[in-house]
Every structure is written in C-alpha cells, then in structure tokens.
Design a protein around this ligand. Sequence first.
Ligand code: PA5
Ligand code: NI
Length: 196
Amino acid sequence: MSAIATNRKATFENLMQPWSVGIDVITGVMDKPDRTLVRRASDMKGYYRDHAALQKLIAAGDPVHYEVFEKELPEEYGHLLLCISKLYPGTVGDECFMTKGHYHTVAGTGEVYLCLRGEGYMIMKTEDGRTNEQKFAPSRMVYVPPFWAHRSVNTGDEPLISFCVYPADAGHNYGDIEKQGFPQKITRRDGRVEMR
Ligand code: PA5
Ligand code: NI
C-alpha cells in the first residue's frame, strides 16, 4: 500500500480533533507550547567564526540565542509541524546571532516562514554550492524550497520572531553545517550590516 493510502486509512481510524493556539507577536511566545527548544551561546560552539568571542559570551552568562516553541504532532506524512522561532539580537564578535541551520532529512521537503517582528535574513545554500538570501521583515513571507539548507540571522535590535510550517516527516539534518557553515557571513559593526 502506498504511503498516501496508509496515511488516509490511519487518519479515519484515529482522527485528530482540529485545534488552535494563540501567539504573542511581540514577545514571540506561544501559549502553552508542548516543547520549547532553547539554544544558548554554549550550544553554538563551532557555528560562529570568532571562537574567542563566543567563549567570552559563554563566560559572561551564556545568553540564550534562540527559542523555538512547538506543538506536539505526529511526525508523519500528511501532518504539518509548526513553530514560533524567537531569535535574540546580538553579535558574536561582529557576526549577527543566528540559528544553527539545517537541511531537512527528507531533503525534498520545503518550509514556509512568516516574519512577525524584527529584521534579518534567511540565508540558504544547496549541497551543490548555490546560495540565496531572503529578507525577513514584519509581514514578509519566505519560501524555502526543497533541498535548500536554511539559517535565520537577526540583523536588528529586537528579537526576530517568525512562524514556520513544514511537513511533519521532514526531519532536521545538520549535515555539513557544523563543519562548513554557510558561505554567507552577516556582520554588524556600529549599526552597519554587511553580508559577505
Ligand atoms: O525547521 C525549522 O526550520 C525550524 O523549526 C528550526 O528547526 C528552528 O528554527 C531551529 O533552527 P535549527 O534547527 O537550525 O537550530
Ligand atoms: Ni527547517
């Protein structure tokens, strides 16, 4: 039986009730999330280029870089996972705070991001060396097509808050990113943002 047929059968045997959830677009917090992923400076070792600056930040209180609020959902074909991502403002050396970034384990799955507050970029790359960047600004949507690794970067002074949706069976693959990062580097010095 195909995955689609299996899924449809399961859907009618064990139907999920529709539901809704509130979010605060200013604080970037979801009402009663089932899971909250918190990544601090110490979770980001190897991701920023200035290792000494990251160590200094860890020693100075190990600030939260980002939080992701999620609802529990079956990680299977047909469902969608949704989250609120809150990426704090700041720099490590002159590199703007960012998420680790990942490919999807099921590489041919995309993702939609809707920016609710703040400013920054979604930087993207492919395994065969292509790169792309899309601007994050309130009410602006970014589409991450299948096969593109994606990383959010906060270039502003306030939290970068975004809502994201992706296929529930997509999975996260950090692959080459911890070792190689992304070709794009976004810096901020004296309020001036630069992408190299
Ligand atoms: O799937 C997504 O893109 C998000 O749910 C991210 O996982 C979230 O923003 C955290 O980023 P990362 O997994 O790269 O640390
Ligand atoms: Ni993703």
